[in-house]
Ligand binder design. Structure first.
Ligand SMILES: [Zn+2]
Length: 409
């Protein structure tokens, strides 16, 4: 039951506390406050010095099973060309053999080194479950379904539901169904996923939406690079009618937008789409570094915040980014939207992600009763504005997990 003394404490649910103390017990936060001169110092107090202690971060969107692709997909300026490269490489998965599970395990360890306490993991195979459980990394595993031909929807959904039911998670690693994207999921499959989700009222779901200009074009009139891709893959369905509306409206018409949904990317969203997202209570998950590298474009971060949407942040997969550093995504958001207060950017990487994933009971803020999965970030002396410092880019070498600092004593 140690007590820590720290330079800065960031509860997130209240302003940062300079010169703070924090007490934990049996994996939970007990109490914390400001240290005043002359305060009683308990004999078990551990002085961590110039560090900022904050909740372990939430990576709300990644694909751990693609970790073996790190460094193998070149940056692109055309999203569909990038996607074609991923599809081509994924067809060689079998040749990768044992590399795939090893890369998943390495990625989970890497996420932890970068200060991640909770992951929103999108998986087609559910190969990540075992590793997440084994490595004690809390996560929501979104079992992602794809299928553009409408006549396959019922079978794809039934198979997906059966896989989720069979998956052996834990109370910290849960499973749910998600849809890939409007250009790869038929309206019938969106409907089947929605029906399945209605049977599990607290389950979250996720979808890639408004990622590229090609997606907007495809939904407008059914043409463009996605139509060509579906033709090439042999999955084009001639019975599909282009909805002639924006991506958010398309999902809303199908009843897929609600407060449980994580809408990932939104690079192409305009104010009316953001307004509709806010009205439905969905969370917008931004992955800015990946968006730029895949050729999807630059996400309008300032507009996201102006809309009042709940915003979380993810790294996306190692197919598109060099590492799983959530602090680097936050720094990218800061670069793209310098006027957004640092406090709001830190909320995206903590409390907003935890709520979006349904783990707000345990993660996202420093409050009595929450889990003590907290990180201590070394700060090179006493910095004047700790929130600004933390959104300026933090590397793994600066991060220590609070529980492991006691073991070192
Ligand atoms: Zn993704």
């Amino acid at each position: 039951m140690p007590q820590y003394r720290v330079g800065w404490l960031l509860p997130i649910s209240q302003p940062p506390i300079r010169d703070a103390w924090l007490r934990t017990d049996r994996g939970r936060i007990v109490a914390f406050g400001h240290s005043r001169p002359g305060d009683f110092t308990p004999s078990d107090e551990v002085d961590l010095g110039h560090v900022a202690v904050l909740p372990g971060l939430v990576n709300a969107h990644t694909h751990l099973e693609l970790s073996w692709m790190r460094g193998r997909i070149p940056e692109a300026d055309d999203f569909v060309a990038w996607l074609r490269a991923v599809i081509a490489l994924s067809r060689t998965t079998e040749q990768q053999g044992g590399e795939v599970p090893l890369a998943i395990a390495g990625a989970v360890d890497e996420a932890r080194r970068f200060g991640t306490a909770l992951i929103g993991d999108v998986s087609n195979t559910l190969a990540t479950t075992e590793v997440l459980v084994e490595r004690d990394m809390p996560a929501v595993v979104f079992h992602e379904l794809l299928g553009f031909p409408a006549d396959k929807a019922a079978a794809v959904a039934a198979r997906g539901e059966a896989m989720v039911e069979k998956a052996i998670g834990s109370d910290q690693v849960t499973h749910t169904l998600s849809a890939h994207a409007p250009y790869s999921v038929s309206p019938a499959l969106f409907g089947a996923i929605r029906t399945a989700l209605q049977r599990t009222p607290f389950a979250r779901s996720s979808v890639h939406l408004g990622e590229s200009a090609a997606e907007v074009e495809f939904l407008c009139d059914g043409t463009g690079p996605f139509r060509a891709l579906l033709d090439d893959l042999g999955t084009w369905d001639p019975s599909w009618v282009a909805p002639d509306c924006d991506p958010v409206q398309y999902l809303d018409r199908m009843g897929f937008l609600d407060a449980r949904l994580l809408v990932v990317h939104g690079v192409q969203f305009r104010p009316a789409e953001l307004e509709r997202l806010v009205a439905r209570g969905a969370t917008l998950v931004t992955c800015p570094r990946g968006n730029i590298r895949t050729g999807a474009g630059t996400p309008p971060i300032a507009e996201f915040f102006e809309s009042g949407a709940r915003i979380a942040v993810g790294t996306d997969s190692l197919a598109s980014v060099p590492d799983l550093n959530v602090f680097a995504e936050v720094a990218e958001m800061r670069r793209l939207a310098p006027d957004v207060p640092a406090r709001l950017l830190l909320e995206c990487a903590t409390v907003n992600g935890a709520s979006a994933l349904g783990f707000e009971r345990d993660f996202g803020v420093i409050e009595a009763g929450k889990r003590d999965r907290l990180i201590a970030v070394e700060t090179e002396g006493m910095v004047p504005n700790i929130e600004e410092y933390l959104v300026s880019g933090i590397d793994a070498a600066q991060i220590t997990w609070l529980s492991s600092t006691t073991n070192r004593q």
